[in-house]
Write a protein that binds this ligand. Structure first.
Ligand SMILES: Nc1ncnc2c1ncn2[C@@H]1O[C@H](COP(=O)(O)OP(=O)(O)OP(=O)(O)O)[C@@H](O)[C@H]1O
Length: 686
């Protein structure tokens, strides 16, 4: 695979800064070509990895991209650590205008700053087009968009273009399937930059204490243990992960000499070796840890990172199990969505693309068309797949209950509130996806709260007074026409536009009735039903029915038919008497072409039984292997395992008799009768 990526950014300045960052992280490993929208894109891209500086540039660049052959990564951005001191110098509690070219980017950046705990000032997101109240504000900060700061503001501070975060770097690494060693090198280069900075700032800034506190937070946010010490052995950085790995308190370690803190002689020798760079495995407190050490020449500092590979893998497993236990797992994948029609295939294709985005999705579809199924599949196909997936049906709960379900409450918020309060679904789904079904049914009050969450990415519990940042992707669904609700005045237009950034229309079952045989076969199989055949007339009637309740109704109808059927065949008798008037449809339509009927289980029974008759007539023994080779030439050859399963089903039906040893399997008289019947009959089979 060629190791090349195309970086697309909105402005020249962002392009330059991000290219420089990527080059410093990936070095020679990945070739980077970059373009800025404001200078124009000179070419059409096919078969490339394309990194957007932000999802907002998509409308400007999409005409230059062949989406079928290109992979898109939308960068997540964090603060620019190099300029962080400028933010720290802002007076605590002061109102600060955060200016960017789009209001969404400004809001997102403010959310990141708050998430990182840099929240000693009150940020007001602002963009020239999106506006924002600038009254009584005298300081504005901007990540490079100085021209967008209103001229009325006297103090303007550039805090540097926001950098690409580690998560996005990992996505790029993943795309190129780089080896573990290279991955390690790259993530190290990323953390090394932060550490270099921590050292530099620690030495020169008179507010070193506050800054170090913040930088230690950043260092603590990294999943590896991190240690830094001076040439003379004095420890300057010792993060929380290392504290857990080594079992030594960070506060106790910092400022002490290495030899007093680390008692493992081998490790000590390795850490203080003369080499500039080295890597070795150690067993520390029964864990296998990879320690990588390098020297920062200019600062006279040695840094070591401690990585517990096993823990990373194990943690993922434990997390997944825990989510499963709490039911926070999306059950379905795109493979669970059945159908071969063009309509369903196209819909799946679009959904697969939408899944990759971080933006909200609005799914439209009649009841029972699979909205929950699609939502779950999109979550499982997104970068959030290892995080929680929660679903709530907004029409199932009264307003107050839904509000406390979604936002949670503080202790004492209302009579009956649980002691200690309760986390709402937004908090529980943090990092993952929340599926809001029947969104058209929520009250205007909740719509206003929901809109605020989407804008600010933070929630406030009922009865609470602090804002809690949340990182949740919303997938909403409705079977109502929200435009009509807007006209009626029961749905907010601004919320509608927020939710429908990406939308997906699910087809009704009527529009894809060619999928009905496949769905029937699947549902019968799921119920382990004894039904082996369905009259064509039944199938015909089902294909013509309007199925107002779509797939759910089809499923329920089949359950009913299976229950009332007295034999292993479904006939017109079993069809429910309802307003669809199934039987009338049957009388106006005659036969069915076998080519349109799904190849099915009963065809497999027929093939096996025919083979058994052949062996019997030749006086040969019928083993599974022999049946297997005799069916090799049939249009649907079966594996030995499938033959074993089918034979045991046929035995249950009384059509074969399985004997061990020389005689092998034999067809029974009932089996011969059934086989003859099938050959005369006109049936859809399974
Ligand atoms: N394409 C499909 N393949 C297999 N099963 C499907 C498909 N679409 C829907 N189903 C099944 O139909 C039933 C209804 O699906 P789901 O609950 O996702 O529909 P919905 O549109 O969310 O319905 P509602 O909004 O009325 O609750 C489920 O049992 C689901 O497994």
């Amino acid at each position: 695979m060629k190791r090349e990526l195309i970086l697309l950014a909105g402005t020249k300045e962002t392009e330059r800064a991000l290219k420089e960052q990527l080059q410093s992280v990936f070095g020679e490993l990945i070739h980077i070509t970059s373009y800025a929208c404001d200078e124009g894109i000179p070419t059409y891209f096919t078969n490339e990895l394309i990194v957007y500086s932000s999802s907002l540039i998509e409308p400007e660049v999409q005409e230059y991209i062949d989406f079928d052959s290109c992979t898109i990564i939308k960068a997540r951005r964090t603060v620019n650590y190099e300029y962080i001191d400028r933010i720290f110098e802002l007076p605590p509690g002061k109102k600060i205008l955060y200016v960017n070219d789009f209001i969404e980017t400004a809001q997102e950046a403010v959310a990141t700053l708050k998430r990182l705990g840099i929240d000693h000032v009150d940020y007001i997101p602002y963009s020239p087009s999106g506006g924002g109240d600038t009254k009584r504000i005298d300081i504005a900060v901007s990540p490079g968009e100085m021209a967008s700061i209103p001229s009325s503001i006297p103090q303007k501070i550039d805090i540097g273009v926001r950098l690409i975060d580690l998560n996005t770097i990992m996505k790029i690494i993943h795309h190129f399937q780089l080896s573990e060693r290279l991955t390690f090198d790259i993530t190290d280069r990323y953390t090394r930059k932060i550490i270099e900075l921590s050292q530099k700032l620690g030495a020169i800034n008179r507010r070193a204490k506050t800054l170090n506190k913040f930088l230690n937070k950043v260092v603590d946010g990294v999943n590896d243990g991190i240690l830094a010490f001076q040439e003379d052995g004095e420890i300057t950085v010792f993060n929380e992960v290392l504290e857990r790995m080594i079992g030594i308190n960070a506060a106790h370690a910092k400022g002490k000499k290495l030899s007093r803190v680390f008692k493992n002689i081998e490790l000590n020798r390795f850490l203080t070796s003369e080499h500039d760079e080295d890597l070795e495995y150690f067993t520390l407190r029964q864990q296998n840890v990879m320690v990588y050490r390098f020297r920062l020449e200019a600062e006279g500092v040695i840094v070591a990172t401690f990585k517990d590979m096993e823990e990373t893998i194990e943690m993922e497993k434990v997390r997944k199990r825990e989510l499963q236990r709490r039911g926070y797992i999306a059950k379905y994948t795109f493979d669970s969505i059945l159908g071969n029609s063009h309509l369903i295939n196209d819909t799946k294709l679009i959904a697969e693309k939408l899944a990759k985005s971080e933006l909200p999705v609005l799914i439209y579809g009649e009841t029972g068309t699979g909205k929950e199924l699609f939502s779950s599949a999109m979550h499982n196909d997104s970068s959030r797949k290892n995080s929680p997936y929660l679903a709530v049906n907004c029409s199932a709960l009264p307003e107050d209950l839904l509000e406390s379900e979604l936002f949670g409450y503080e202790e004492g918020a209302f009579t009956g509130a649980k002691k200690g309060g309760k986390k709402g679904l937004f908090e529980q789904a943090d990092g993952g996806t929340l599926f809001l079904d029947e969104i058209g049914d929520i009250s205007l009050k909740l719509q206003a709260r929901l809109l605020r969450v989407l804008q600010e990415m933070e929630i406030r519990r009922i009865g609470g007074n602090k804002n809690i940042p949340v990182d949740v992707r919303i997938i909403a669904a409705t079977n109502k026409d929200l435009q009509d609700l807007i006209i009626e005045g029961t749905f907010r237009e601004d919320l509608y536009h927020r939710l429908k950034v990406l939308s997906l229309q699910l087809p009704s079952l009527r529009e894809r009735s060619e999928d009905i045989p496949l769905l029937i076969e699947h549902f019968l199989g799921m119920e382990h039903s004894k039904i082996t055949s369905i009259d064509r007339a039944v199938l015909e009637a089902m294909k013509k029915a309007p199925w107002k309740g779509n797939i759910r109704e089809l499923k329920n109808t089949l359950l009913y038919m299976m229950t009332v059927a007295g034999h292993n065949r479904l006939t017109l008798q079993e069809l429910p008497r309802n307003d669809y008037n199934f039987t009338e449809i049957e009388q106006t339509n005659g036969t069915y072409s076998p080519a349109e009927i799904t190849m099915s289980k009963s065809q497999e029974y027929i093939n096996i039984l025919t083979a058994l008759v052949g062996f019997f007539e030749n006086g040969e023994r019928a083993s599974r292997e022999k049946i297997h080779s005799s069916l090799q030439q049939s249009p649907t050859p079966l594996s030995v395992q499938q033959i074993r399963t089918r034979l045991s089903e046929l035995q249950d039906l009384g059509y074969v008799f399985i004997q061990r040893g020389r005689i092998g399997t034999e067809i029974t008289p009932a089996g011969v009768n059934w086989l003859n019947e099938q050959k005369e009959n006109v049936l859809i089979s399974r």
